[in-house]
Each structure stands twice: as C-alpha cells, then as structure tokens.
Design a protein around this ligand. Structure first.
Ligand SMILES: Cc1cc2nc3c(=O)[nH]c(=O)nc-3n(C[C@H](O)[C@H](O)[C@H](O)COP(=O)(O)O)c2cc1C
Length: 436
C-alpha cells in the first residue's frame, strides 16, 4: 500500500498525547478557528468545504458544504448545530475514539460550523454508554471556554458559541437525525417526516445542521490546509479525504484505521488488519455497519469509497467493517442482526414494527430447523413490504442482512430447511400472500 498521511488520528497516535488544550494547540489546534474569526465570510467557508468534496461520515454521505448552504441566511434565529455522536450502528466505534482521545479537534470543527451557519448553541448528542467521552468532552469544553474559544465574545468577535453535551438513553434510532432532534427536545426518539428538512425546521423547528463527529473533525484541517489539499486525497472527485474504518470480527488486528478513501478491502483486511484470525479463508464481510448489505471474497478488490461500494451493491455507510471466516453460518449472522433491528425498531411505522417481528420469527424457525421452503419467499416478501415504506432509512437497514445473505448464500437457508423437512415431512406448502 502506498504511504499516506493521517489527518484525524495523527495527534492521538503521538506517544504521550492526551488531548489536552495545550497539546492540541501545539499541533496547530484552533489556528483554523482563529483564521475564521479574523473575518472570514461564512459564504467563503461554505465554498471551501464544498470544494473540498467532504461528504458526511455518518452514513448517508451527503456533501457537507451543500448541507450548510441550506441554512437560511436571513433567518432571525436561533439556529442550531447538532453533533451526532450517537454512534449506534453495530460494528462502528470510531467517533468514540475521536471524542475520547482528541476532543478539541471535534470542538474546533463545531465552533467553525457554528460561526459559519450563525448558531450560538450547539449540542453533542452522545450515546449514553459513552460516559468517558461525555466526561472528556465536558472537560474540554470548560478548557475551551476558559481560553476564549467558546462562550460569549469568542476570540473577541462579539459572537457567542456554547456547546453542550447531551447523553442519550441508548436507542439505535436516536442516531437518525430527526429522531435525535426529537430526543433532544425531550420526546421519545422517533423519526420525523421529511420534508421539511432540519435545515429549515430542525431543533425546536429552527434551522439546524446535524453532522457526524468525524465529519466535523475534518473541518479544521480543511480550513488550515485548503480545499484543494483535501480534494486531492483519496478517491476524488466523489470520495475525498480519509476515512476511519472500524475493523472487527474474525480478523487478526481489529481496531480503528484511518486510510485514504479508495483503498481496497483486500488491503484493509489483509495488509492493515493482518488477515483472518484463524487463517481460515474469508467467507463474508459487511463493509459499512450492520445496515450495509453483505459482500463476498469476490468483492475484495472493490475500493472503499461511496461510488465503488454502491456499484458493488452495498454501501460505505458508517465505516464499520465486520469480517467473517469460512464456517460462519450466514443464516445465524442474518438472524443475529435481525434480532438487533427488531429490538431497536422504534415502532412508529407499521411495516417496520410488525415486519421486524415476523422476520425474526421466520429466521428463528429456519434456524431451529422447523422452516419450510415457502419461508424463503415469505422472508423476501416481508422485506419488500418494509423497504421504502418507512419514515426513515431504518426499514432499508433492517432488511439488508436478509436480502444480501439470501442473494449470496441461499443454499445455506435451503440446507437448514431440507434438514427440517427430512425430520418433519409436510404434505402441502402454505402459499405466501403474494401467491394467493
Ligand atoms: C437508523 C439510523 C441510524 C443512524 N445512526 C447514526 C449514528 O449513530 N451516527 C451518525 O452520525 N449518523 C447516523 N445516522 C445518519 C444520520 O441520520 C445523519 O445522516 C447524519 O448524522 C448526518 O451527518 P453527516 O452528514 O455528517 O453524515 C443514522 C441514520 C439512520 C437511518
């Protein structure tokens, strides 16, 4: 693999780096915010971020500069920034490291964003279990306030920027941006219909930007080194910059690795991750968190960027790569993920609420060797009734493990069913709804 420079994990990988304000400043920290406060026009900042090609690191990959440009300039306010630190996608654990080990990098990104969109108040909505991250961030906010980077009259500009840490209560759905806003408002975390979008009707119905932790952490570097520098890294033009990938599963060296966008899965799994844990061959991998369709060893040379993964029938998602070795039951893997989605369905949309229960029951039946061949059509039928019929993308997420494992390993489902049929012969198949 060609040599490359890390951006986001660089500081924390220096021996003895603790992430204090002093150490962060010594690495050039808050220089970008100083530059901005010296009088950079918000429109110039937005243009820089647009030109950098930065796309959201939370899952959907929406262009960050474009999102900021949707905030109405003439709105009297208040406007808000929400940093999405819920990190609820199974197999994803990068935001946690960014917050715990280099909190000021995230705070500086947030301060610049607030300045740009005209927000005086920002929230970090952090997953409840991340108590250490919340504590570290609270301490860092206090340090930044004392140094004049946050609070009233930041760096003598007359502007107010306050950041508050808000701990969630542990619901996957609260990572979805509108459910996050509901939860911040003190309601049950359930997604809202879009439109209207948070850019005009967000927190308390006011203009709001919701950005992921990693997205925001990139901002100071883009402002320091320029859009062209960032745009040349990775897989331009649509996959610029680096990405922190979370490697887990049957891998020798699990962990967080920052690499330029466009590295192949083969490089990631075998060079960076050290290969398979038990030296058994690779059977499957999930490329971008539990919501991303499974891929096979045939996809090892697919590049890790938005477009390449979409063409391979999956997605870059949250950057969580879970590797599975030969011998792993794909029916079991799908069931395990489906149990998670069933547990986490917020219940707002009937297809997701009821469908997830039916999917789990059907998968459990097949796993117990009590399934029938018609269960396979039933599963796909149920998936079709959920996909595209829910308020948020949770519906697409929950069917992806089933649809993709059925696409690549249908024979494993059939084998379990054949065992069931041999043990309990059935005289007549029960037709699925679409066949009646
Ligand atoms: C069910 C669901 C869960 C999500 N969980 C997260 C999450 O934990 N963290 C996150 O940043 N984005 C999550 N997202 C994506 C957010 O809705 C949103 O796109 C993102 O925070 C926007 O920030 P970005 O543009 O910087 O990526 C989730 C989306 C869905 C549908």
């Amino acid at each position: 693999m060609a040599k490359y420079e890390k951006i986001l994990l660089k500081n924390m990988e220096q021996p003895g780096y603790t992430g204090s304000l002093k150490e962060y400043e010594q690495t050039g920290g808050y220089q970008a915010f100083r530059k901005v406060c010296e009088g950079m026009a918000p429109s110039d900042i937005i243009e820089t971020v647009k030109l950098s090609g930065l796309r959201g690191r939370g899952g959907a990959g929406f262009p960050t500069g474009v999102k900021w440009s949707f905030i109405p300039k003439d709105h009297p306010g208040p406007k808000y920034l929400c940093c999405n630190a819920d990190e609820s996608e199974p197999g994803t654990f990068k935001d946690r490291q960014l917050m715990e080990r280099d909190p000021h990098q995230v705070l500086e990104g947030m301060a610049i964003t607030c300045y740009t969109i005209g927000a005086e108040t920002a929230y970090i909505y952090i997953r409840g279990e991340f108590w250490l991250g919340a504590k570290v961030l609270d301490q860092a906010i206090a340090e930044a306030k004392k140094a004049g980077y946050l609070g009233s009259n930041v760096l003598g500009t007359g502007k107010t920027i306050n950041i508050f840490v808000h701990r969630g209560a542990g619901a996957y759905i609260c990572g979805e941006e509108t459910a996050l806003l509901e939860s911040l408002e003190g309601k049950r975390g359930k997604p809202r219909f879009k439109p209207p979008f948070p850019a005009t009707h967000g927190l308390y119905q006011k203009p709001t930007v919701v950005n992921n932790v990693e997205t925001l952490a990139n901002i100071p570097h883009i402002l320091n080194k320029g859009a062209a520098w960032f745009a040349a890294i990775g897989a331009p033009p649509k996959g610029t910059g680096t990405r922190i990938f979370c490697l887990s599963g049957h891998i020798k060296r699990p962990g967080n690795y920052e690499v330029p966008m466009g590295v192949t899965f083969r490089e990631m799994i075998y060079e960076i991750g050290g290969g398979m844990r038990s030296d058994k061959p690779l059977k499957a991998f999930i490329p971008g968190g539990a919501s991303a369709p499974f891929l096979t060893p045939e996809h090892l040379d697919v590049k890790m960027d938005f477009e390449s993964l979409a063409m391979a029938g999956s997605m870059l998602g949250s950057g969580g790569i879970t590797v599975m070795e030969e011998g792993t039951s794909m029916v079991w893997a799908a069931l395990r993920l489906m149990e998670f989605f069933y547990h986490e369905s917020c219940g707002k949309c009937t297809p997701c609420r009821e469908g997830s229960s039916w999917l789990v029951q059907t998968l459990q039946r097949i796993s117990r060797r009590e399934g029938r061949m018609s269960d396979l059509d039933l599963l796909l039928d149920l998936c079709k009734s959920i996909e595209g019929r829910t308020v948020c993308a949770f519906g697409e997420a929950e069917v992806s493990p089933i649809v993709s494992t059925m696409r690549h390993w249908r024979s494993e489902y059939e084998e379990l069913i054949r065992e069931a049929e041999a043990a309990h012969p059935v005289k007549q198949e029960i037709p699925v709804l679409s066949q009646i």
